[in-house]
Design a protein around this ligand. Sequence first.
Ligand code: FAD
Length: 435
Amino acid sequence: MTERIAVVGGGWAGMAAAVTLAAAGRSVCLFEAARVLGGRARRVDLAERKVDNGQHILLGAYAQTLSLLRTVHGGRAQHELFDRRRLHLEQPGVFRLKTAPLPAPWHLATALLTAHGLSRNERLSTVAFVRRLRRCGYRCAGQLTVSTLLADQPDAAVTHLWEPLCIAALNTPIEAASAQIFLNVLRVAFAAHARDSDVLIPRIDLTALFPAPAAAYIATRSGEVRLGEAVSGLTALADGVRLETQAREEHFAAALIAVGPHQLADLFAAQSSHATSVVLARVAAFAYEPIRTIYLQYPCALRLPVPIPMLKLNGDPGQWLFDRGQLGGAPGLAAVVISTDVAAGRVEHGVLASAIDTQLRKLMADLPPPVWEQTIVERRATYACTAGLARPAPGALQPRLYLAGDYTDADFPATLEAATRSGVAAARQILAAHV
Ligand SMILES: Cc1cc2nc3c(=O)[nH]c(=O)nc-3n(C[C@H](O)[C@H](O)[C@H](O)COP(=O)(O)OP(=O)(O)OC[C@H]3O[C@@H](n4cnc5c(N)ncnc54)[C@H](O)[C@@H]3O)c2cc1C
């Protein structure tokens, strides 16, 4: 019987699992249906240029992801991979919050007390709210929504601070978003170390950031990464797993399934069991939220009113602006992000790009017309992280079949960190089971 482990899916969860297995000396064969690794966090090769399928940011609190990046990049310095800076939320002329160079929690308390765009009473109210959260250990009832959690917060604090943070982290409107998952994010970002709330914006494309060096790492440890090979079926046997692709049928000691939640049903068509039915029933109840990234290339470097690479916008229609020119990209390349907004989805791409251009012109009056534009829509960017949502756990689904993916992490919302945590957790279960 083969000792090889199959990993299905070359997103960040699958790559994290494969790196963990390879590091422990197991022979891994990873199957990725697409031609490019990375799944929802990947490079997109367009005719004129390469961009990411969506602008991503990481937090200093992404401990698992950062540890894997150290493993696969070896000694490569972090500043080559990221622009890393203290959390600085700024909507020019409207709102500013910047964490102070102090230990936690004083870095946040000082930021809240000195925030621009909130009155003195509003600032005191946000500090009191955070103190209450600390006292209750960042715990609340599972069914509570973020808007209920924020019921006594001033409107300005909700509009300028809490709602944008919730949408950025959970990609779910506050009226439906899980307060407990939001609190988990606030706890890991703000409660322990000041560096945890740092914002890390990739300087290199998302495939080059992790999946590609992870594949190289796996290859040097007798593993294999097969691109453009979709797995069409999996069957658990007494002593292993039979895996089918269009081209062949192979046997493995175990399989770790790291596809998106909506992609599970096809894989399990030939593998009906109580465990797979429970997982399929849970993911069938998921709703999904879109994220749109609109790239606009201007012929000259952007002259932002505040020279930082990430600015908050007024949401009409863009929510966040990233100046890729400050991040190692082409000068004048703007990436504008719209999360969850279903209304924006009904707008034709050209019309949306032109609305974003108009919006940017209000920040930079002397902006010349863009020379290139591209809108990338991920309709199922993340599952809607709603209050009380039941989700499967990462790890053993049944003997020899293991599950990973951002939707399986209990604590984090659908993020890179949830994906890598789930991949590592599932891989460790395989190693512990000695399959
Ligand atoms: C536009 C956008 C912006 C985002 N912004 C952020 C952000 O700023 N910060 C953050 O932390 N997170 C962000 N996220 C979320 C993050 O990208 C995801 O949580 C994470 O990438 C999910 O990884 P995954 O490996 O669990 O799943 P996926 O990335 O979906 O990977 C699944 C992989 O399985 C492959 N696959 C599917 N079926 C098969 C099959 N039958 N055979 C072989 N392969 C198969 C797919 O092709 C895919 O590559 C964003 C997501 C999007 C879309």
